[in-house]
Design a protein around this ligand. Structure first.
Ligand SMILES: Nc1nc2c(ncn2[C@@H]2O[C@H](COP(=O)(O)OP(=O)(O)OP(=O)(O)O)[C@@H](O)[C@H]2O)c(=O)[nH]1
Ligand SMILES: [Mg+2]
Length: 387
């Protein structure tokens, strides 16, 4: 089987960000409207797009890391005007991508695994290999535990020292926690806009972070230690189920035979799991210390992309993910607005007490809040609630 290896020459930056589109924007040709129930709704006008946003866009297009860092800070900001600008910037990027058709010219890879399994060490080696294949690599590290451990981000910097010094690599530890998911998803798009065609998202496989990451990447890679048997039992079944590739790390020195056994055990464990794509999940081993097997991981990843792209599943997966993010954002935005509504807060105080005292069911109280919030009923319309 021959692999079509995508290189920078296949997806040149000029193709990702043609100058003509920027000119169109400046000229105001991108007046947007959508039809909804035969009503034309304008949701963005060229005049809305500020010079600041266009400057950021231009910076990204020119692969300027200064603007990439600023753009990511913009999507991480909770300020209303920043949020608005971030959405404008994302809209321009989306328009450009849309104008290029439904192709998926970038690789989004999620890498998850228990603390200390060697994810950062692997990314350092793997990243260098991918750079040697003429790609540009961005790494976003999400560490839900960093507020606990504190030192992780520093650790990552020292573990990815060589990679972080490369012109064609960009490493960004995620700073914020609250809106981590949305930020990271949008930060990924910014990295791609800055010409990084291989984007890695590293996360510790604890809590919910891995499923959130799986929802924003094309391929989910699980890294495991060279131990089998009971260790496999201990791993959450869910994370194995969503993995497209399992990489057993530390296949070196005294751990070589344990790594071999682990590969066999994970391979047979995978046989019992259902998968509903054209891709059959694989297991492989590496030593991030010696680089053994690292190029093989890249080959498997390329194979995955070819299979999934040719079958159209990759495009579908991204489309479904965009829908999912739309709903996540609707939920979080509604909740934000609900929480910042002064009169709702007062109402909630009363209702919470009633629910606490067992005088009202949780469901009735929830319905009441939502009905008042959506103006279906007025606050004083009966229900015996006074405040
Ligand atoms: N022998 C051996 N040690 C390794 C290998 N890969 C990583 N290590 C060691 O394992 C330890 C943890 O490596 P990290 O790369 O920080 O692991 P991590 O998964 O990124 O850890 P967190 O970010 O804290 O979750 C370090 O001491 C590494 O030197 C390997 O392939 N072989
Ligand atoms: Mg790490």
């Amino acid at each position: 089987m021959t692999l079509r290896i995508a290189t920078k020459s296949v997806f040149p930056a000029s193709r990702i960000f043609p100058n003509s589109l920027l000119r169109e924007y400046r000229k105001g040709h991108f007046q947007k409207s959508i039809s909804f129930r035969s009503q034309k709704l304008s949701y963005s006008t060229p005049h809305d797009i500020s010079e600041k946003v266009l400057k950021y866009y231009e910076g990204l297009k020119n692969h300027d890391r200064y603007y990439l860092a600023k753009a990511i800070t913009l999507v991480e900001s909770s300020r209303k005007d920043h949020k608005y600008q971030a959405q404008q910037l994302l809209s321009i990027i989306l328009d450009v991508q849309h104008s290029l058709g439904n192709d998926v010219p970038t690789f989004r890879i999620g890498l998850s695994g228990p603390p200390g399994v060697g994810k950062s060490t692997f990314i350092e080696r793997f990243g260098m290999h991918v750079l040697s294949q003429d790609h540009r690599v961005a790494v976003l590290a999400i560490d839900p535990s960093s507020s606990r451990t504190g030192g992780s981000i520093l650790g990552d910097k020292t573990r990815m020292l060589e990679l972080s010094r490369q012109d064609d690599a960009y490493i960004r530890p995620s700073a914020s926690h609250g809106t981590l998911a949305r930020n990271t998803n949008e930060a990924l798009i910014m990295c791609e806009a800055a010409g990084f065609d291989v984007c890695l998202v590293e996360t510790v496989g604890v809590g919910q972070s891995e499923t959130v990451v799986a929802d924003m990447v094309d391929m989910f890679v699980l890294m495991v230690p060279p131990a089998g048997g009971d260790e496999i039992q201990g791993l959450k079944k869910g994370i194995v189920e969503i993995s497209d590739l399992i990489v057993v790390n530390k296949d070196d020195g005294a751990m070589e035979s344990a790594a071999r056994e682990a590969v066999t055990e994970y391979t047979s464990a995978l046989k019992y799991l259902q998968h509903n794509t054209s891709w059959t999940p694989r297991v492989t081993s590496v030593s991030s210390k010696t680089s053994k097997g690292v190029n093989n991981v890249w080959n498997v990843i390329l194979e995955y992309f070819n299979v999934m792209r040719n079958s159209g599943e990759l495009q579908k997966r991204r489309g479904n993910q965009r829908k999912l993010w739309m709903w996540r954002q609707i939920k979080s935005e509604l909740l934000n607005r609900l929480n910042s509504d002064e009169s709702i807060r007062k109402l909630v105080d009363v209702l919470e007490k009633k629910v606490f005292d067992g005088k009202m069911t949780s469901g009735t109280a929830a319905d009441y809040v939502v009905d008042v919030f959506t103006h279906k009923i007025t606050q004083n319309s009966n229900h015996g609630i006074t405040y």
